[in-house]
Design a protein. Structure first.
Length: 135
């Protein structure tokens, strides 16, 4: 009989002012797992192997302004993984008109979603007050 050791992948979104009202959907190998709102997290139990992780939303469906991000995740046996998903505002966009609005074309094209693996000690601090999403 073969024993199957599984690992836990935590995916979280820390509190950020930018895009605070939107949420991003998390996909693993093109299967939607859950949505992440500001200051929330979820987890997935995985077998050892390679996976494609994608964070994606839409301006009108989930109010997620930045574009999608993808990363390959390689899972080894008996390990916990922590991945942070963060929206970033394009800082190089000019301000237009007397109402101090961003140049929206630049904003759409240059805002981004970042997916990075985070050390457990840092991640634990960042998700200490976060809400576990329904899965």
């Amino acid at each position: 009989r073969q024993m199957c050791i599984r690992d836990r992948l935590y995916i979280y979104r820390p509190t950020r002012e930018f895009n605070a009202g939107g949420w991003v959907d998390i996909f693993l190998n093109d299967e939607k797992k859950f949505g992440l709102e500001n200051n929330s997290y979820g987890y997935i139990i995985l077998k050892e192997g390679e996976y494609n992780l994608r964070a994606e939303g839409s301006k009108f469906g989930t109010n997620w302004w930045p574009g999608p991000a993808t990363e390959k995740i390689i899972v080894a046996a008996s390990k916990e993984y922590f991945v942070r998903v963060t929206p970033f505002l394009a800082t190089d966009c000019p301000v237009t008109s007397y109402t101090v609005l961003w140049d929206w074309t630049c904003f759409y094209k240059n805002s981004k979603t970042e997916i990075i693996e985070i050390d457990k000690s840092i991640a634990i601090e960042e998700i200490a007050e976060a809400t576990l999403v329904e899965q």
